[in-house]
Structures are given as C-alpha cells and as structure tokens.
Write a protein that binds this ligand. Structure first.
Ligand SMILES: NC(=O)c1ccc[n+]([C@@H]2O[C@H](COP(=O)([O-])OP(=O)(O)OC[C@H]3O[C@@H](n4cnc5c(N)ncnc54)[C@H](OP(=O)(O)O)[C@@H]3O)[C@@H](O)[C@H]2O)c1
Length: 339
C-alpha cells in the first residue's frame, strides 16, 4: 500500500526535492506551504513521478491551520506514515537590525512550525503506535553563525524539543519514531527570497550541496528512524566536531569570516521582495522550484552522507582494514630474519 507522507515547506528547496523522492516510489504526498504557484508545481511533479498529491496551502506558524491540513491529508490518503518538518524562513541581518516582530515571526515559522507539525502528527500516530517524524535540522542548530541569530536559535530549539519528545516516546515504549537530519549548506531558493539586510546577495557557506543530497538523507531517515540524528555532508560533521573541541576558537574564526562567507560579490537592492510574512510564489508569483541560484557550485553527492546511510558497510570496511593490517603485520613479522 502507498505510504502517506506529509511534508511542510514542500513547495521549494529541500521539501520539494523530498516530495519528488517520495513520489518516485509511489507515495501519497500531502504538500504544505503557503504559495499557490509552488504548491501546484510541486503537486504536478509528484503526479508525474508516480505518486498522488494533495496541495494544502497552510501557514505552519498557525497551529489550527496545521491541524486542519493534517486532517485533510488523512481524509484524502489515510493514516499519516511519515511527517517531514522542513518549512523555513529567516532574516539575514545582524541581531540589532532585526525587529522584535521579525524575530518572533522567524521563531514562529522555524521553531513553532515544527512544534505544531510534530504535535498534530503525534496526535494521530500515538494511538496507532506507528509513524515517523523527520525534522529537517541544520549544522547551524548545533553551531550558530553570525547574521542568522533568529534562525540559529530556532534550529537549536528544534533539537532541544525533539530530544525531549524522543525520551518521552522511549519512556512509554512507543513504536512512533522521531529523528533529526542535520543538513549542510544546500542550494535552495532561500538565498533569493529570504528577508535580507545584507549589502550583497546571500549565499550558503561553501561547500554547497544540491537539494537532492538532502532529500536522499530525509527519505533514508524516514526508512531508518531509530537513530537520534543523521549528519549530512563532511562539512556538517567537521563543524559539529570543531564546536565540541574548540568552541571559543570557532567563535573567533566565524567572527572573522562569517560575514563575507555568507555573501557573494553581487550587490542587491535593500528593498528586494521577501517571503517572511507572505509567500513570493503566491497567485501573482512564480514557481521557484527545488534549486537555488548556485547550481554551478553545488555538489550532487556527498560521500559522507552515502557512508552514513550504510553504517554496516563502514563497520565491515573498518573491521576489514584492521584485520588486514593485523594479518600484514604477522606476515611481515614472520618474514623478518631471526636475530
Ligand atoms: N538551504 C540550506 O542551506 C539549509 C541548510 C541547513 C538546513 N536547512 C533546512 O532545510 C529546511 C528547508 O530549507 P530550504 O533551504 O529548502 O528553504 P526554502 O528554499 O526557503 O523553502 C522553504 C519552504 O518553506 C515554505 N514556507 C516558508 N514559510 C512558510 C510558512 N509560514 N508556512 C508554511 N510554509 C512556509 C516555503 O513556501 P512558501 O513561502 O510558499 O510558504 C518553501 O516551500 C529548513 O528547515 C532549513 O532549516 C537548509
């Protein structure tokens, strides 16, 4: 039977690429975002790839709307098997250039949006004792960077509340699973439509990966949700490790490099349109798709993420290397002339 999958932030970027990947294996996909142009285009792609699609215009900051969307998804496709939280917005600016209202809005979308999605998913999954929730996380939810304080705070909060819920599920011996996929920099439309007060065009901090790399990790996590979290990309692993080993040194490094590394050389108008309060792909807008403006600089694959999906292969390879090294040492020892 087809899986029922709900994805928030499904009209663009990582959510859109994830919807396509679930559609390829015939899933029924409920697509949550606000803008009609992106949602309709995402739905058409899902159908073209072999799934069924239900576009659900919803603002994830509003719990009632999210609950209504969950009901509509189940009415159309049956019990939700997988719920993916990916909806996103941000303000790129120093903390003091972000208004209290903007700060609240980012928190309500990026943090409370995940809380609302998780709540309505659990309300349905717990009584059935089955289902998976995947939180699309970020390396920036473990290690903050400058110019993204509202977003980094929200992503840290997502990790915090998800760990609490995970322990509650374990306590009640539930078979419902929740896991987080910590992402690296990904080439999505966010850098073209997020509210930015930076003088130059925002960019993901290289190395940059294509959204399909992220989507593969999300689908894998949905299939193997027992792990607390997945890291995608060697840069994610390196960032999180560096923060554990030398956090203060990393502060100094980011203070020095973090402003430039998040901007291209291209100047942008101070009043460029943004999607903080209203979608840019609304009735008068256009579909932005999954990819952002950095195709030429983005990697299609992450060897680290591929290895993380196959821990047994890694363990076998490591064991093989150790055994091989021991065998070689014995052979070399035997070959040595007696003294
Ligand atoms: N791209 C990266 O470098 C990167 C790195 C690490 C982690 N991530 C994570 O990946 C996830 C997706 O990011 P992305 O880069 O793919 O973002 P994106 O390209 O900006 O897409 C954001 C999606 O969220 C929707 N959305 C925005 N505000 C919403 C709201 N209030 N209610 C419902 N939907 C809303 C957007 O559609 P509408 O505007 O039409 O609603 C769109 O579908 C996020 O959780 C982010 O933290 C991304």
């Amino acid at each position: 039977m087809a899986q029922t999958v709900v994805i928030t932030g499904a009209s663009a970027g990582i959510g859109r690429a994830t919807a396509r990947m679930f559609a390829r294996r015939g899933a029924d996909v409920a697509l949550i975002a606000r803008g009609r142009a992106g949602l309709d285009a995402a739905a058409a792609e899902v159908v073209e790839l072999g799934g069924r699609a239900l576009p659900l215009p919803t603002d994830v900051a509003d719990h009632a709307q999210v609950a209504e969307a969950a009901g509509a998804a189940e009415a159309a496709f049956g019990p939700v098997d997988v719920w993916v939280n990916a909806a996103f917005t941000s303000v790129f600016a120093p903390f003091t250039d972000i208004t209290p209202q903007e700060y609240r809005r980012v928190t309500e979308v990026c943090y409370l949006g995940f809380v609302h999605g998780t709540r309505v998913a659990l309300e349905r999954m717990l009584p059935r004792d089955t289902g998976v929730i995947v939180q699309v996380g970020s390396a920036l939810g473990v290690r903050s960077i400058p110019l993204q304080s509202a977003y980094c705070g929200a992503k840290h909060a997502v990790n915090g509340f998800t760990s609490s819920i995970r322990t509650e599920l374990m306590h009640r011996h539930s078979r419902v699973r929740i896991t987080v996929v910590q992402m690296p920099a990904v080439n999505t439309p966010q850098f073209s439509w997020v509210l930015s007060r930076l003088p130059r065009h925002p960019q993901p901090v290289p190395p940059i990966y294509q959204p399909e790399v992220a989507a593969r990790a999300v689908v894998h996590a949905a299939d193997h949700p027992r792990r607390k979290q997945y890291y995608v990309g060697a840069s994610t692993v390196a960032t999180i490790l560096a923060d554990k080993v030398a956090p203060a040194l990393l502060d100094r490094y980011l203070a020095r490099t973090g402003f430039d590394s998040q901007q291209t050389d291209e100047k942008v108008a101070a009043d460029r349109p943004d999607n903080l309060w209203h979608p840019l792909d609304g009735p008068d807008g256009h579909d932005f798709g999954a990819h952002g403006a950095f195709d030429a600089r983005s990697a299609e694959h992450s060897p680290q993420a591929a290895l993380a999906r196959h821990p047994c292969v890694v363990a076998a390879a490591l064991a093989g290397t150790v055994l091989g090294a021991r065998g070689l040492r014995r052979v070399l020892a035997r070959g040595q002339p007696a003294r």
